[in-house]
Ligand binder design. Structure first.
Ligand SMILES: O=C(O)CCC(=O)C(=O)O
Length: 278
C-alpha cells in the first residue's frame, strides 16, 4: 500500500471554514448528534467523488456476494483510511472545515484524526443494526465524534441514520458488537430507557450528520437501485489517552489506528495528526 505522509497537505478549498451556529452546538451537546446542511457544496463533492468511489471499489473488490454475507457484511461496503492511498482523499479527510466543525460541536479546542471510513450501502443492502461506535475504540474520553457525509443525494426511501437522543450520556450501554444481537439488545434498551429516536431524514451530497462515539444509532436497509456512498471521518479531542481496555472488540483498532500506543499514553501515533487547530 502506498503510505502517504501525515503532514498537512497544501491548503484546499475544503480548508475554508464554516460557522456552526449555537443552536446546532446545543442540539449536539444535548442529543449526541446533529445535522449540518451544506457543510460541503455539491461542486466540492463532485470534485472528490470519482476518486473516493474508485478507491472504494478497488478496496472492496474481494467482498463476497450479498447472499453469502452476514448481517454486518450486508450493511455496507467498508474501506478505511483512504487518506493513506491518494492525495485527493487526504485533502478531503484532512479538511480544516470538517475538523473545526467537529471541534466546535464537541466544544473542545482541538481534534486529532482517528481514521476515515467509507460506508457504501449497496442496492439491496441490509440494515445497519443499532450500535455504539466506541465499543470498538480504545480511547479514554467521551469526546469522540463521527462525521457522516453522503457523496450522493440520499432520498428518504434510502434513508439516513436514526439516533437515540441522549444515549451518549449513559456511556457504555452493553459492549455489543454490530450484528443481530446488538439490534435486539439495544432495541430493548431504547424501549426500557424510553429514549426518543430521531432521524435527520433525506440529505443532499455535502450535508453531514455528526454523532458522538457513545450515541446509539442505526440505519435502514437500502431497497433502491442507488449506491448510498458515504464518507465518514472520526476524530477525538486532542490530549486524549489510550484507554486501559484494549481487548476484545478494541484489539484491532488499537493495532490499526493507534499504532499500539501503550494504555495511558497520549493517542498521538503516526496516523493521528492534529487536524484542528492548524
Ligand atoms: O452508514 C451506516 O449505515 C451506519 C454508519 C455508522 O454506523 C457510523 O458512521 O457510525
Amino acid at each position: 500500500m502506498t503510505q502517504i505522509s501525515s503532514d498537512l497537505p497544501p491548503p484546499s478549498g475544503l480548508d475554508r471554514l464554516h460557522e456552526i451556529d449555537a443552536e446546532t452546538v446545543a442540539g449536539f451537546q444535548a442529543n449526541g448528534h446533529a445535522v449540518v446542511r451544506g457543510l460541503a457544496s455539491a461542486e466540492e463533492i463532485a470534485a472528490f467523488r470519482p476518486t473516493l468511489e474508485t478507491l472504494v471499489a478497488h478496496m472492496t473488490r474481494r467482498m463476497p456476494p450479498m447472499e453469502e454475507r452476514d448481517t454486518y457484511g450486508k450493511a455496507f461496503l467498508q474501506a478505511h483510511n483512504l487518506w493513506t492511498r491518494e492525495e485527493a482523499a487526504k485533502q478531503f479527510v484532512f479538511s480544516a472545515r470538517f475538523a473545526k466543525a467537529a471541534a466546535d460541536l464537541m466544544a473542545v479546542p482541538g481534534v486529532r484524526l482517528y481514521h476515515d471510513q467509507a460506508l457504501f450501502k449497496e442496492p439491496g443492502g441490509g440494515h445497519t443494526p443499532w450500535h455504539q461506535d466506541q465499543t470498538y475504540w480504545p480511547l479514554d474520553t467521551s469526546d469522540t465524534i463521527t462525521m457522516w457525509m453522503p457523496l450522493v443525494d440520499v432520498p428518504a426511501d434510502v434513508g439516513t441514520m436514526t439516533f437515540a437522543n441522549g444515549s451518549q450520556t449513559h456511556g457504555d450501554l452493553g459492549r455489543y458488537i454490530i450484528g443481530d444481537e446488538s439490534e435486539e439488545k439495544f432495541n430493548e434498551i431504547v424501549k426500557e430507557m424510553g429514549l426518543i429516536t430521531q432521524t435527520h431524514g433525506a440529505l443532499k451530497a455535502g450535508d453531514a450528520t455528526f454523532h458522538r462515539g457513545w450515541t446509539l444509532h442505526r440505519a435502514p436497509p437500502n431497497p433502491t437501485p442507488l449506491l448510498r456512498s458515504v464518507m465518514t471521518i472520526i476524530w477525538y479531542a486532542d490530549g486524549t489517552r489510550v484507554s486501559q481496555d484494549v481487548s476484545g472488540a478494541r484489539y484491532y483498532d488499537h493495532i490499526l489506528w493507534l499504532a499500539e500506543t501503550p494504555s495511558g499514553d497520549r493517542a498521538e501515533g503516526p496516523l493521528n495528526p492534529l487536524l484542528w487547530p492548524r
